[in-house]
Design a protein around this ligand. Structure first.
Ligand code: HEC
Ligand code: HEC
Length: 366
């Protein structure tokens, strides 16, 4: 997952610096280092439509109910019926025998029927495993075990009437359940994102349509439909989980996120900026934020990529003579003092770097 809070430039610079260090040591070496098995395991979590990537595991509806109440109901409603966070996951949808037999939900896609709940329009069960395990709960993604994920998927399937209440979902029977998913035959490949005609899937289906957009809107000039009303949103307590969306720029399109800071948080930010005008410590903290230093350095003792500033401050406590050296280290970067990971050079003025270095030898007070 791309973490938008670490500036891209910092990552690029870090990679470049690491690469050039490796190059200097061994000009024949390829860039970077092989990923460790643990790193690959942490990264490789996708579950594919044929369930490749889904580890062994199992879960019951009863276990799922408990987990749901503890971790999911606050946003999605007790019975996955809430409209507070986008459309409901299950809502009033109850799969019929006919739909489970044909893999076809009549009326799906007809705007007159409204936007269907997730379980009604879901062609691939694997997506439910993948999405929940990867992305939910919203405020702490990638924290559920696989058995918990099995239980939650079982719970949702039961709510949607796809499996009975005593059904134990396991790695061995997921394909059987997939073969009863109500909308399994309603996946469209007619999508402009993929080149048309060039990619033919194993079952002969052709992927994409060569770039024909799937939205065919024309501006309405008279007798227009009433203005849409926003009917769902993320609850206030979780709004700012991923930082202020308004500050996050997407690389394309006219979309900009909405302001997700609460009034109190906005006031706190304004206060910090104001304090920075008079309080030298607050000013340094603002500089660290502005230069993206805190992507790699915490304010405390714990290491992120580089040492925490409290740790650095302890090492150089009171040593005014080290200010010049630290100023240059900040500008030029380097490695070897805190470990083998190099700090990339920073584009920062000498004045600002010196102010930070002075703050560090004086105790790094926030
Ligand atoms: C703090 C609020 C919150 C909590 C708690 C939460 N979710 Fe979500 N959930 C969301 C939001 C917001 C989205 C839509 C995300 C998006 O579209 O980027 C979502 C989307 C989903 C979807 C995809 C729906 C679709 O049709 O695209 C599933 C499935 C889901 N959540 C399951 C869960 C499960 C299971 C849990 C508990 C482990 C959970 N959620 C807990 C906020 C929450
Ligand atoms: C991409 C990650 C990264 C960024 C961004 C970064 N640093 Fe570092 N920094 C490191 C690493 C790694 C070290 C440890 C280097 C070493 O062991 O010598 C370090 C070390 C330091 C040190 C200790 C130097 C010493 O000789 O003890 C200071 C001071 C420092 N950084 C300040 C900053 C400041 C100020 C910024 C922002 C202008 C910044 N860093 C941005 C990764 C980073």
């Amino acid at each position: 997952m791309f973490n938008s809070r670490i500036p891209k430039a910092a990552i690029a610079a870090a990679l470049t610096a690491a690469a050039s260090a490796a190059w200097a040591a061994n000009p024949g070496a390829t860039l970077g280092r092989p990923a460790t098995p643990a790193e690959i395991k942490a990264w490789n979590i996708d579950v594919r439509p044929d369930f490749r990537g889904l580890p062994e595991g199992q879960g019951t509806v009863a276990q799922g109910t408990k987990l749901w109440e503890a971790k999911c109901a606050s946003c999605h409603g007790d019975f996955a019926d809430s409209n507070a966070v986008y459309p409901p996951l299950v809502g009033a949808f109850q799969a019929t025998k006919q739909e489970m037999k044909t893999g076809f939900v009549p009326g799906l896609g007809n705007p007159a029927n409204g936007y269907p709940p997730s379980l009604e329009r879901l062609p691939t069960l694997s997506t439910l495993f993948d999405y929940i395990h990867r992305a939910m709960p919203w405020t702490s993604p990638d924290t559920l075990t696989w058995n918990e994920t099995y239980s939650l998927v079982d719970y949702l399937l039961n709510l949607a009437n796809i499996v009975p209440a005593n059904f134990v979902l396991t790695r061995q029977n997921v394909q059987q359940v997939q073969d009863t998913m109500p909308a399994r035959n309603q996946m469209t490949w007619n999508q402009g994102m993929w080149p048309g005609g060039k990619v033919v899937l194993a079952d002969g289906k052709v992927l994409g349509n060569g770039g024909i957009p799937d939205v065919h809107a024309t501006e309405c000039m008279k007798n227009c439909a009433p203005k849409p009303v926003v009917a769902s949103s993320i609850p206030a307590y979780a709004m700012n989980t991923w930082g202020n969306l308004q500050d996050q720029m997407r690389p394309w399109g006219p979309m900009r996120g909405q302001l997700t800071l609460t009034k109190a948080e906005l006031e706190k930010e304004a206060k910090a900026k104001k304090a920075a005008a008079t309080d030298p410590n607050a000013k340094v903290v603002e500089l660290l934020k502005a230069h993206g230093c805190i992507a790699c350095h915490s304010m405390g003792d714990n290491k992120i990529v580089g040492p925490g500033y409290a740790e650095v401050a302890k090492k150089y406590a009171g040593q005014q003579t080290e200010v010049a050296m630290l100023t240059q280290r900040i500008i030029k970067g380097g490695s070897g003092t805190w470990g083998s990971i190099p700090m990339p050079p920073q584009s920062i003025s000498e004045g600002d770097a010196k102010m930070i270095a002075t703050w560090l030898v004086s105790g790094a007070k926030p």
